[in-house]
Design a protein around this ligand. Structure first.
Ligand code: SAH
Length: 232
């Protein structure tokens, strides 16, 4: 069995183990096909290539990580995308999640707060030929008003609360998938759905562990994030 197939099997196994939490035995076939198309080893630094197809996170520099494949698959599934959608990602990191989403939707906009990571991800995605992903350096707390409203928003860093601008930038009927909780503490993966009426409904899926969403005006989160990621 090749490495990619092993990773897909590991994702399926973990989906099955968590079926009572996520409410299904298997993820959408479209999502699994989208994961299968992305060469994850291209998104992991050379020193950690041996981890590229493990079902776990890996360091990508600047104190950040590429998320666990099961979590990428689960969040992509929870976003409930359609081929014509335009989606926003907060936390480009390596660009891997953006690449997976680009196989599911028409256009991906992705914001990354660390300039070196956003520059590296942009170059990488271009080299690999992803033509429908736009990466920009910026603070995801404000979303990306120029291209709003979005058919889905995915946040790949944990926030103590859901940034209100992101809810504003959701199209009615669209979902926001975000880990909510304190930095390096207990966090829950949440799905917020904006109803046609404009009202929102949230549900909690399962416990997760993400790097913190920095920026905004939350001094405590920023101080803790800087301390833990080893740069300030
Ligand atoms: N989705 C990424 C993994 C992200 S790790 C991947 O597939 O590789 C979380 C990322 O969020 C980090 O790169 C971090 O720098 C970024 N981040 C943290 N706070 C942010 C903010 N306020 N706005 C945009 N990006 C942010």
């Amino acid at each position: 069995m090749n490495d990619l197939q092993r990773m897909l099997n590991d994702i399926e196994m973990e989906v099955n183990l968590t079926r009572h939490l996520i409410g299904k035995d298997a993820l959408d076939d479209r999502v699994m096909a989208a994961i299968k198309q992305v060469p994850r080893h291209e998104f992991v630094p050379a020193d950690f290539r041996f981890l590229a197809y493990d079902n776990g996170p890996a360091p990508i520099g600047s104190g950040q990580t590429i998320s666990q494949p099961y979590i990428v698959a689960l969040m992509s599934d929870l976003l409930n995308t359609k081929p014509g959608d335009t989606v926003l990602e907060i936390g480009t990191g390596s660009g891997y999640q953006a690449a997976v989403l680009s196989n599911l939707v028409k256009q991906v906009y992705s914001l990354e707060i660390i300039p070196e990571l956003s520059e590296k991800a942009r170059r990488r995605l271009k080299k690999l030929g992803y033509g429908n992903i736009t990466v920009r350096t910026g603070d995801g707390h404000s979303g990306w008003p120029e291209y709003a409203p979005f058919d889905g928003i995915i946040v790949t860093a944990a926030a103590p609360y859901i940034p209100p601008a992101l809810i504003d930038q959701l199209r009615p009927g669209a979902r926001l998938v975000i880990p909510v909780g304190l930095p390096y503490s207990y966090q829950e993966l949440m799905v917020l759905e904006k109803k046609a009426s404009g009202e929102t409904e949230t549900r909690t899926i399962l416990g997760v562990s993400f790097v913190p969403l920095t920026g905004g005006d939350d001094e405590e989160t920023n101080a803790s994030a800087a301390l833990n990621s080893g740069h300030r």
